[in-house]
Design a protein around this ligand. Structure first.
Ligand SMILES: [Zn+2]
Length: 80
């Protein structure tokens, strides 16, 4: 398995503060970063655990839709 390490454009090393010195690669669902200017390394799991969103409290009151007004149309029989 070939691991491609790429420089992260514009990334600043949190240790030495050098820009464009960080390489990143992904291996086994873990993202690694390393700095070529110092010996900083970092790893971060890419496995995203599903967040349990609290259900937004929604107002269940529905506004009456004016189109719901039923217009009773009486069909007139022209022969009547
Ligand atoms: Zn560094």
């Amino acid at each position: 398995m070939t691991v491609i390490k790429r420089f992260i454009a514009g990334a600043v090393c949190p240790r030495c503060g050098e820009m464009d010195k960080l390489k990143a690669w992904t291996e086994d669902e873990t993202q690694y970063r390393e700095c070529v200017a110092c010996d900083f390394t970092d790893e971060m799991s890419l496995v995203i655990e599903p967040e349990v969103d609290e259900l937004a409290t929604r107002v269940n009151q529905t506004q009456p839709d004016p189109r719901d007004e039923i217009q009773v149309v009486k069909l007139m029989d022209p022969k009547a």
